[in-house]
Every structure is written in C-alpha cells, then in structure tokens.
Design a protein around this ligand. Structure first.
Ligand code: IPM
Ligand code: MG
Length: 372
C-alpha cells in the first residue's frame, strides 16, 4: 500500500496540463502515493448541475490531502445559461467549488508564499520574500447574500440600524446585499497562523491588513484580535495597515514586508498583487489548510484558451506540490523540489512563454525532474 492517498482534482482548463506536470515531478521524486481522481468543475455544473458532486467530497474524506488544478467561475446568470436543458429553470445557483471545498472541510488557512527566485526575469526586484495568510472560510466569501432584499431582512436591518432606512426609496427589488461576517475565533486563528509562521521562519514582523477606519466593526474586530494575539509573540512586531495603502506600499517598498495576514477578500486581492511582484500567477502557489486536511492549488485560474495546449507555466503547480510535501511532513522532498525549481529558474534555459521562452509545460517539468 502506498504511504499517502492523494485526491487528484484537475478541474477545468489548464488544470489538467499543470497537474500532468506535477505528476511527472512527484514521480521523479519517488513520492509514495496513490492518486484518486475526483470529478470537479464546469463539466459537472453543465451536465449535473453541481460542479462539486457529493461523490467527490465523499472520496476526499478518505484521502490525506488533495491536489487541485484550476477552476472556471462565472457570474450567476452566465453560469445558469450554460446548464443542460433539463437542468434549466430548476433554480440551480452556481457557487465556486473551490470556495465550497474550503468551507466544507473548514480549510481556514490559505497560505500563499510569493518568493522572488533569483534569475527570474519577471521579478520586480530580487530578494522579495512575502507570505500572505488569507482567512479562507468567512468574511466576504461567507455566501450570505440577497438580491432582492427580502422585506423581513430589510425590516430587521432598518429597525436596528439608522443608516439602513435611506435605501428603502430605491425599492427592495433594486437592492442587493453581500455580507462580510467575521468571527473573533477565525480572526484569532489566522493571525496566530501568521505569527507562528513568522516565528518558525525567522520573520521580524507580521502585517495585518484591513480597513478598520471604514469597516469599523469587521475591520475593527480583526485589528483588535491581532493585537491580542501579538502579545503572545513579544519578539515579533505587529504592523497595522489599510488595504489601499498596503497595495501601494507593496509595489513601492516590497522588501519592507514579510508575513501579511488578511480577511478572505482582502487576502485574495493582496495575494494576486504579491504574486505579480515575483513573476505573476505562473509562480503563485497556495495551500488551503485545515486542522486535519488540506487542499493545495496554484493561485491561477483555468485560462480556457490555453487548455490542453501545454503552454502555461507549471511552476505555480510545482511550488504548490512543494507546499503539499511540506504539510505532509516530507520536508526533505520539499526542499529537494524547491531547490530543483530554483535551479531551473536560475539557469534560465527552459522556460514557458510568460518568461520569454517557448518551452512547453511538460518540458519545464522535465527540466525540474532532471534537476532534482
Ligand atoms: C483564488 C481565486 C478564487 C477566490 C476564485 C476562483 C473563486 O481567485 O483562489 O484566489 O476568489 O478565492
Ligand atoms: Mg484570487
């Protein structure tokens, strides 16, 4: 029997291309795993009305971790139009399967490292070494939304908040609400993860990013909770910044920052920004980590126009595999893989189009495998 059982979820678009690259490298590493394919993505939405069939989450329960490729997401109306005829008019609503996976398995911590590997022509600056901790299950992604606003929801809000009343004149059918519900527990957890990472990886500060000057209650809860957590880490400074200013400073002074922590949506935005400083989404890896289970995915999307063309950069997926090895406790393999990735980047001979080369996805993976 293999040492690990890994759920294998290629998903949509280039998901399959980059997963093939990952498999090639994991096999070269002699990673001892059984891979179990899981159905997920747009096909299953169109033909079954569910992009994350229950059989997939059931299968995952029996695995140690999951590797996930990419997913296509579309807004509500567009998604409904693509349903097979017999599924239309059933009131089915598309909800991103990766967001659902995060909530279903309570994968509360989204770890997104962004490191400038020396020699990458796409680095904004050599030496950038950022890690974003993104709360992964609540905030703006909680899914509590209304359009139109039901009368009883409006009434309760109007009764409890004077600012609500001015909206009624527009008509409830013309109003939409997306909530940003945050708990002290999840704020505390994500900030603690960030501080623990800073402590174990030698960072001197943790930057908590939000917008408490406007989002007084949710942003305020995040900042106040962060201050409490920081008391347990006397050697590490807590820096507090606003998301808008942080976006600017990150581009201006990327070397000033190390570990950053944010709520779900701000973390989503911040991690794309950080990724672009070190080569873009072709290099951005991520781990959705819970207490006993984790799903690893590159931060990039499914890039449908490149699907099956083996054009996209597999580095994000390979770095994602490295995160998985780390989390499983296969530290030696993780280091070996990261060194091989760094060596191929530094050599600069084998590279995909985004890096100015014309090698395929699999040629890059083969170069990494050779370099192991
Ligand atoms: C990400 C992606 C997802 C997100 C999308 C695909 C729902 O942008 O993982 O950052 O917004 O979380
Ligand atoms: Mg994103």
């Amino acid at each position: 029997m293999a040492k690990y059982k890994i759920a294998w979820l290629p998903g949509d678009g280039v998901g399959n291309d980059v997963m093939e690259a990952a498999r090639l490298v994991l096999d070269a590493l002699k990673f001892d795993a059984e891979y179990i394919h899981g159905d997920i993505g747009w096909e299953f939405w169109k033909h079954e009305g569910d992009p994350l069939p229950e059989r997939t989450t059931e299968m995952m329960k029996d695995t140690d971790a999951a590797l996930f490729g990419a997913i296509t997401s579309k807004p509500k109306e567009e998604a409904a139009e693509e349903l097979d005829a017999h599924l239309k008019d059933k009131g089915l609503v598309y909800f991103s399967p990766i967001v659902r996976l995060r909530q279903h398995f309570n994968l509360h911590t989204n770890l997104r490292p962004c490191k400038a590997y020396p020699g990458n022509p796409l680095n904004l600056k050599e030496g950038i070494d950022l890690v974003v901790f993104r709360e992964n299950t609540e905030g703006m992604y909680g899914g509590v939304e209304f359009h139109p606003i039901p009368r009883e929801v409006y009434d309760v809000l109007a009764k409890n908040h004077p600012k609500m009343k001015k909206f009624e004149a527009y008509g409830l059918e013309n109003l939409a609400i997306s909530t940003r519900i945050m708990s002290r527990q999840k704020c505390s957890n994500i900030v603690t993860q960030a501080f623990e990472y800073a402590r174990t990886h030698g960072y001197k500060s943790v930057t908590v990013v939000d917008k408490p000057n406007v989002l007084r209650e949710t942003g305020g809860l995040m900042i106040r909770t962060a201050r409490e957590v920081a008391k347990n880490y006397p050697g590490i400074e807590l820096w507090e910044t606003n998301i808008d200013a942080q976006a600017m400073w990150l581009v201006k002074n990327p070397m000033d920052y190390g570990v950053m922590v944010a709520e779900n949506m701000f973390g989503d935005i911040l991690s794309d920004l950080a990724a672009q400083l070190v080569g873009g989404l072709g290099f951005a890896s991520s781990g959705n980590i819970g207490d006993n289970y984790a799903v690893f995915e590159p931060t990039h999307g499914s890039a449908p126009k490149y699907a099956g063309k083996y054009k996209v950069n597999p580095m994000a997926m390979l770095l994602t595999s490295k995160l998985m090895l780390d989390w499983l406790g296969e530290k030696e393999m993780a280091v070996k893989l990261e060194n091989a990735i760094a060596a191929v980047i530094k050599e600069g001979k084998v590279k995909t189009y985004d890096m100015g080369g014309n090698n395929t996805t699999l040629e890059v993976a083969e170069a990494v495998a050779r370099s192991l």
